[in-house]
Design a binder for this molecule. Structure first.
Ligand SMILES: NC(=O)c1ccc[n+]([C@@H]2O[C@H](COP(=O)([O-])OP(=O)(O)OC[C@H]3O[C@@H](n4cnc5c(N)ncnc54)[C@H](OP(=O)(O)O)[C@@H]3O)[C@@H](O)[C@H]2O)c1
Length: 240
């Protein structure tokens, strides 16, 4: 399919009912993107199209992306934002269900989305993929070992895909973003409301992610952007 320059661009945001996701929906709409969204249980009202499903269900992800392409014909931005962190626990107290849920949500889901979205981006010759990891994925956090490991896996997954894209010489940028603590329900659930109130403002983090998504802030292929106290630090991808 050919695209005209003035045709509206389409952004897909997962976890759009959550704190960071809903800010991303609102900012990208202000940027005149057609924003399509998904969540697990909570409906997203202000997106052009939204569905509720578990991102760890690869069939559901496939159906959803097929429907998005049927309705809007293109995907310019994918933000893998949905994430799950269980309660803090020593690793010897961690149960199977929680570990699996973290890896399914934080790693498998983003992989399934990239797998479905990359072919259409490759056909269009352009695209931007942003995977929302965590500072915990760079500097592991005690009692959140499995969460930290799942976000490290997401950063590695991002870099693997970025290296594939480099080899294929296509104009698709795939990067990860690692926010430090944000004042959201997820943080409050893990460390309590008092702690959450001391964390960085989620809107400020969303603004930085938006700048990366629309190309206002240049980030090299495969980089990981750590956002701490509303300040982005770019960690470039390295080879061994
Ligand atoms: N908050 C922090 O301090 C912090 C710090 C670093 C990184 N992060 C990361 O930033 C991202 C956003 O965090 P947040 O604080 O905005 O989280 P949040 O408010 O808890 O929102 C999480 C979102 O993910 C969705 N979700 C969770 N599991 C899902 C699944 N299996 N399938 C589909 N959707 C699912 C939720 O949908 P429902 O509402 O429908 O359940 C919700 O929309 C996450 O990846 C998180 O790990 C957060």
């Amino acid at each position: 399919m050919d695209f005209t320059k003035d045709e509206a661009k389409v952004a897909v945001i997962t976890g759009a009912s959550g704190a960071l996701g809903s800010q991303l929906v609102s900012i990208l709409k202000e940027e005149k993107y057609i924003v399509v969204a998904c969540s697990k249980r909570t409906a997203v009202k202000d997106a052009a199209f939204s569905e509720k499903f578990d991102i760890a269900d690869s069939e559901a992800v496939r159906r959803y992306i097929k429907e998005v392409l049927k309705r809007f014909g293109r995907i310019d931005i994918l933000i893998n934002n949905a994430g799950y962190a269980g309660n803090p626990k020593a690793v010897d107290k961690t149960d199977d269900e929680n570990v699996l849920r973290m890896f399914r949500t934080n790693v498998y889901g983003p992989l399934y989305f990239m797998r479905e979205v990359l072919p259409t981006m490759k056909r269009n010759g352009a695209g931007k993929i942003i995977n929302i990891a965590s500072k915990a994925g760079v500097y592991a956090v005690p009692y959140l070992s499995a969460y930290s490991a799942s976000k490290s896996a997401l950063i590695a997954l991002t870099q693997g895909v970025a290296k594939e894209l480099k080899r294929e010489n296509v104009s698709i940028i795939c990067v990860s973003v690692s926010p430090a603590g944000m004042n959201t329900a997820l943080r409050a659930k893990v460390y309590g409301k008092e702690d959450a109130r001391r964390q960085q403002d989620v809107r400020a983090v969303a603004n930085i992610i938006n700048n990366i998504a629309i190309g206002r802030m240049a980030v090299p292929q495969g980089a990981n952007v750590v956002i701490k106290q509303k300040h982005p630090t770019i960690r470039v991808m390295e080879d061994g």
